[in-house]
Design a protein around this ligand. Structure first.
Ligand code: ADP
Length: 391
């Protein structure tokens, strides 16, 4: 049988992550994973092929800096290693119209470009590889998968801001993000704990970007993010939810420009802002500066609060899942969080938590908590394979 391969591309503002999957009857199997980091300044390419323990880092140099040139390098490199039959792209915003993966053509691309104002710091970078690929390989099947799509099942109250109708009609709604991660976790939970997969679950996706999602019967009920990925929990450099009066104060009393406010909200706040040290949880955990502890404590406190809020949306909680960089690796954040949530029925198993075991609550815990590594690229590859099968 001829081998079919799917390239998955996740293009951000400063990095280009990619995977190559082989289509098999039991689902996509990853053959290559890699990234080009620091694409605007000093691009570094790295890739892992098959089960190789680690790939070589390759400095691409100035001649390859910028999205366009990095993409060309990546496509050429991929072409030398495999024939690509279809591509899947992670797209942050699908707006109201795109609630499931869609095959891209020029009219869909135009509609996605019209959504740029809803995600100005992400959407343009997500769309760039689509344009380059369509030009280089006009016949290639390209599929867009959306971070907002999983949240389409939220009920009306969870989607609406208490704002005048003309603003709601302008698309100012609570969409929710990290949907491909939540969809993957909901799928994986069916293997890890099939009973819980049907129950009421709070999933904490704690990476540089961080959010939480309430899931029931495998479907989204509510999440902490709204119109943009700046809402909800404090993040690496984003503030998360604020009193809207804070924005007015910055503009009116501190005479800050729109760009300066955006810079504070997206790049100078969160763990970095509070600690004054770094956005990186590893560095904060290693630091003995009180500000580093303050930043972690505030992060944990807000996560605990959201367990309460999302638990109310669900009418109770049957279990939790931690995922993404901090959720998968920081036993400290997990233990601090769950120790403050004993009232919900979580009882931590310290050894299991320190070992990063799959289940981190004690056998006698009333409800379980799990650590499940997320894999958004694999979720995208599943969607693309499904579309290829449907023809
Ligand atoms: P992104 O949103 O960029 O995909 P990631 O999911 O890669 O983010 O998560 C990055 C975060 O995970 C960083 O704050 C990093 O410090 C944290 N992290 C990664 N490994 C560890 C670790 N071993 N201990 C604590 N935090 C970690």
């Amino acid at each position: 049988m001829r081998q079919h391969n799917i390239a998955v591309i996740n293009a951000g503002s400063s990095s280009l992550k990619f995977s190559l999957f082989e289509v098999t009857p039991s689902g996509p199997v990853r053959r290559i994973r890699g990234q080009i980091a620091e694409i605007n300044t000093d691009p570094v390419f790295s890739a892992r092929i098959g089960t190789e323990p680690s790939g070589q880092d390759l400095k691409l140099g100035d001649a390859h800096s910028g999205h366009h040139r990095c993409l060309h390098f990546l496509l050429e490199w991929l072409g030398q290693h495999a024939q690509v039959h279809a591509a899947g792209h992670r797209i942050v915003h699908g707006g109201l119209d795109f609630c499931q993966p869609v095959v891209l053509d020029s009219s869909v691309i135009e509609r996605l470009e019209a959504l740029i104002p809803l995600a100005p710091l992400h959407q343009p970078y997500n769309l760039e590889p689509i344009r380059v690929l369509s030009k280089l390989y006009p016949g290639l099947i390209q599929v867009a998968c959306f971070d907002t799509a999983f949240h389409a099942t939220k009920r009306k109250e969870a989607r609406q801001f208490p704002l005048p109708t003309f603003l709601t009609q302008a698309g100012i709604r609570r969409y929710g993000f990290h949907g491909l991660s939540y969809e993957y976790i909901a799928m994986k939970l069916k293997e890890v704990d099939p009973a819980l997969a049907q129950g009421r679950v709070v999933v904490a996706h704690l990476g540089n970007g961080a959010s939480m999602c309430a899931i029931h019967h495998g479907l989204a009920v509510d999440s902490t993010m709204g119109l943009t990925a700046a809402d909800g929990l404090p993040m690496g450099t984003r503030s998360g939810s604020l009193d809207p009066g804070v924005l007015l104060f910055m503009v009116r009393e501190l005479n800050m420009s729109l760009d300066a406010v955006e810079d504070v909200l997206y790049r100078q706040s969160g763990l970095k802002g509070v600690s004054g040290l770094s956005h990186d949880m590893r560095l904060l955990e290693q630091s003995d500066r009180p500000e580093a502890k303050d930043a972690i404590d505030l992060f944990v406190y807000r996560i605990q609060q959201q367990f309460g809020a999302l638990g109310a949306s669900l009418g109770g909680i049957d279990g939790a899942v931690f995922t993404a960089g901090i959720g998968e690796n920081s036993s400290h954040v997990r233990s601090q969080t769950l120790q403050g949530l004993q009232w919900l029925g979580f009882e931590l198993d310290h050894d299991a938590n320190n070992r990063h075991a799959s289940r981190i609550t004690a056998a006698k815990s009333r409800i379980p908590a799990y650590v499940i590594p997320t894999d958004e690229d694999l979720m995208i590859a599943h969607h693309v394979q499904q579309i290829l099968i449907q023809g």
